[in-house]
Design a protein around this ligand. Structure first.
Ligand code: FDP
Length: 343
């Protein structure tokens, strides 16, 4: 899906560039494009609008709070997580563009019901990332990635289609539900951000060709876990917050929703880290639908994404809900962190 040609309108449009127009421009520049990818993306954008609308009314419509059930990660599922998951599945399954889906909220691969066509793409998503923020009106988000299927066309997709490395992602993105809602996506060549205009009901291009600064001034990590980290991570945090002759002390910002912390990191630079610790020996964040899509975006914007040892995008997944440590952000900041904490 990636192309050397930069995507965008040929000339300024008086109404701005909608996400739909951006996608259609891309499709027209690719001779082999069938419209499948554009169709799938339009469904994701529809799901994002529905989820965003419900998120903004969450307090009013009585869907805040816990459902009382637990998800496959052993966390309590909140009603909005269920809503977001069900919305994506029901919008996408009938569209004929995907053959299987993987979701943080569902233990097994999500099959496409037999009455619908089995498409050529594979969708993985975290329907509502940062769910700890739901009840306090802080930013949350949806993360997604798209791969081409590996199994035979026309047949139901399988786990094999889902267990693909991030390096084979065709497109990835996130939606942040914050002071405004934004959809940020990449097909590998550039990263573009679209802000939702609720009056019009459309996402408009607001942040074209996002480039992460080479170095930032912010580190983002749950420092309450300090005593649980490996020594290298502790030494790096001691170093980064201490002023020295060569550098100022970095500021700490941690919202506790990966989408929100990485959105800031993409725009402002700096580093976001969730390392392994004594409780989360493989890290906490999920490889396939959190770390890989975000690593794809960070790299496409000029940044670095590592698990401490290797590029996240080169990890061969073994399980659908696999976890990984993450060190992501401005290339110089990640290089510094890996000097201390890389293993
Ligand atoms: P949450 O559990 O609230 O859904 O996906 C996991 C995640 O949020 C990330 O979005 C976030 O960066 C991280 O966990 C926060 O974890 P801690 O509370 O352990 O810092």
């Amino acid at each position: 899906m990636s192309s050397a040609v930069s995507i965008g309108p040929a000339h300024d449009s008086p109404i701005g560039t909608t996400l739909e127009r951006h996608l259609l421009d891309r499709q027209r520049r690719m001779s082999e494009a069938t419209g499948d990818f554009t169709g799938l993306f339009q469904q994701i954008s529809l799901a994002a609008k529905i989820i965003g609308s419900r998120v903004s009314k969450a307090g009013l419509s009585g869907i805040l709070g816990l459902t009382g059930t637990t998800n496959v990660q052993g966390e309590q599922v909140q009603k909005l997580d269920d809503f977001a998951n069900n919305t994506i599945v029901s919008v996408v399954e009938a569209g004929g563009h995907v053959c299987v889906m993987g979701s943080e909220e569902v233990e097994e691969p999500i099959q496409i019901p037999s009455q619908y066509p089995q498409g050529k793409y594979v969708l993985q998503f975290d329907p509502l990332d940062g769910s700890g923020n739901i009840d306090i009106n802080a930013s949350i988000g949806t993360i997604f990635s798209i791969h081409r299927r590996l199994t035979q066309d026309g047949t139901p997709g399988t786990l094999k289609d889902l267990l693909q490395p991030g390096g084979d992602i065709v497109a990835a993105g996130y939606v942040i539900y914050g002071s405004s809602n934004m959809l940020v996506y990449s097909t590998g060549d550039q990263v573009d951000g679209f802000t939702y205009d609720p009056g019009v009901g459309e996402f408009f291009l607001s942040h074209p060709k996002i480039r992460i600064p080479k170095r930032g001034g912010i580190y983002s990590i749950n420092e309450g876990n300090y005593h649980k980290w490996d020594e290298g991570v502790r030494k790096w945090v001691d170093w980064i917050k201490a002023p020295s002759e060569n550098k100022k002390a970095y500021s700490l910002r941690y919202i506790g929703a990966m989408v929100a912390d990485l959105h800031r990191t993409l725009l402002r630079g700096g580093i976001f880290v969730y390392p392994r610790d004594v409780k989360n020996k493989q890290g906490k964040l999920r490889l396939l639908y959190e770390a890989c899509p975000m690593a794809f975006l960070v790299e496409a914007s000029g940044g670095t994404a590592s698990n401490g040892k290797t590029r996240i995008l080169t990890i061969e997944p073994k399980e659908l809900h696999q976890r990984t440590p993450v060190f992501m952000g401005s290339p110089d900041d990640v290089a510094d962190a890996l000097r201390f904490a890389g293993s």
